[in-house]
Design a protein around this ligand. Structure first.
Ligand SMILES: [Zn+2]
Length: 419
């Protein structure tokens, strides 16, 4: 009888699963940790707890078989417009934006960065209206224009491009504001870029540039080789609208020089292809959501069709963008990181991808999101792979989930009647 307490203790330990959720048997791609292999991923208390070759099923409250699927860090899309709901017509700080949750989780995206829809004057409203009310992790580049993206008249007003108040607002919301944005400027001056760099330097964050009109007075070659600092981001890098290619169709050498200096080149969805690029992003807004862009997975699938490997596409949609916005706790599956996890199916068949002018590229592969986990809880489950078959349940079944791992099914009081 002497050893009984030990036995009791041991059985108590086994009765209490140590993990909330275990994704078993998937092919894990984690660029930060250089993993591309079949691994189990265990989650506890909203954090990644363990990634290993074989984690016993008995150790988790919920086990999901994801064999045949890819398991990646939650996708990070650093160029979206989600400042919706203000009622402003024809503006990205209004009707041109979309609410994030309906677009993100179904495409495997768990973190977005709004690319300058708000400036320092309306950021508090954006935060209250969207950021604080979304399940998606919403971060933001703050526009150098105080009024944000309110239309051409506002976005060309040099008097409203103040580095001081912009940097102050960024520092006040360090956890959410990841950079400064300048965009859509049509004039000949360098002022918007210079003020954005000034604000970025004051707040210690990168800037993202949509270079607006192509003006001879401020050539894009000078932007890449002189004006931008290492770590600053040039978005829409494939648009071909601002001398990204030279007259013979080759990459502008100034772009290559800029990249050697450490300038980052982000897709922001365009149509061309180079041998390199740093991050894949969508520029999600009402004009792109139903056109050639569609969603993050469509843009990623397009890069597969252009010849990039699965590992490279995932790296550029997870760890690379997380580093670019200085949020290195994201975009990876290291133990201790927030448990934002995406499970993808790579389908084969005859698919097509269109560019900004509507020309079609055929592809044999397409990524589909099966499951999205945000902070350790299932927020999207396309085919119900986390769910029991209904016939296997008792007649008066109610809840099939568990708050330890599920945030989809609300608790219901009444059971559906079975015929
Ligand atoms: Zn944009």
């Amino acid at each position: 009888m002497k050893f009984l307490p030990t036995l009791l203790l041991t059985s108590a330990m086994f009765a209490q699963p140590s993990y909330d959720l275990l994704l078993k048997g998937g092919h894990v791609i984690d660029g930060k940790n250089k993993i591309s292999a079949v691994r189990d991923v265990a989650i506890r208390d909203g954090k990644i707890a363990e990634v290993a070759a074989d984690i016993p099923a008995a150790r988790a409250a919920k086990v999901v078989d994801v064999s045949g699927l890819y398991v990646t860090p939650g996708l990070v899309d650093i160029h979206v417009h989600v400042y919706a709901g203000t009622g402003k017509r024809g503006a990205y700080c209004g009707d041109n934006s979309v609410y994030p949750d309906g677009f993100t989780f179904r495409a495997g995206v768990t973190t977005v960065a709004d690319a300058g829809s708000s400036g320092w004057r309306n950021f508090p409203d954006f935060k209250d209206r969207v950021i604080d009310r979304s399940q998606t992790r919403v971060l933001a580049f703050l526009n150098i224009v105080g009024a944000g993206m309110r239309g051409a008249k506002f976005e060309n007003n040099l008097a409203d491009m103040e580095a001081g108040p912009t940097a102050d607002m960024a520092l006040r919301h360090k956890d959410v504001i990841v950079g400064i944005k300048t965009a859509h400027y049509t004039g000949p001056e360098w002022t918007p870029v210079e003020r954005a760099v000034d604000a970025g330097a004051k707040a210690g964050i990168p800037i993202m540039v949509d270079f607006g009109d192509n003006r001879a007075e401020r050539p894009s070659s000078d932007l890449w080789t002189k004006k931008l600092r290492p770590g600053d981001i040039y978005t829409h890098c494939f648009s071909g609208l601002r001398n990204e290619l030279d007259a013979s169709g080759h990459v502008n050498p100034a772009m290559l020089e800029g990249r050697r200096r450490g300038v980052i080149f982000d897709v922001g969805h365009g149509g061309g292809s180079f041998a390199w690029r740093d991050s894949i992003s969508t520029d999600l807004h009402i004009g792109s959501m139903n056109s050639g862009m569609k969603d993050m997975l469509n843009v990623m699938s397009k890069f597969l069709a252009m010849g990039l490997s699965m590992d490279d596409v995932i790296l550029r949609s997870t760890w690379n963008p997380a580093r670019e916005i200085h949020h290195e706790e994201l975009g990876n599956l290291s133990p201790g990181s927030p448990a934002d996890v995406t499970v993808l199916r790579l389908e084969t068949g005859d698919f097509g991808y269109t560019d900004m002018y509507g020309a079609r590229l055929r592809g044999k592969q397409k990524l589909v999101c099966e499951l999205t986990v945000r902070n350790g809880k299932v927020v999207y489950d396309l085919n119900g792979i986390t769910r029991p078959d209904w016939e296997a349940l008792p007649e008066n079944y109610t809840q099939t989930g568990d708050t330890r791992w599920d945030s989809i099914t609300p608790a219901r009081r009444t059971a559906p009647r079975r015929k």
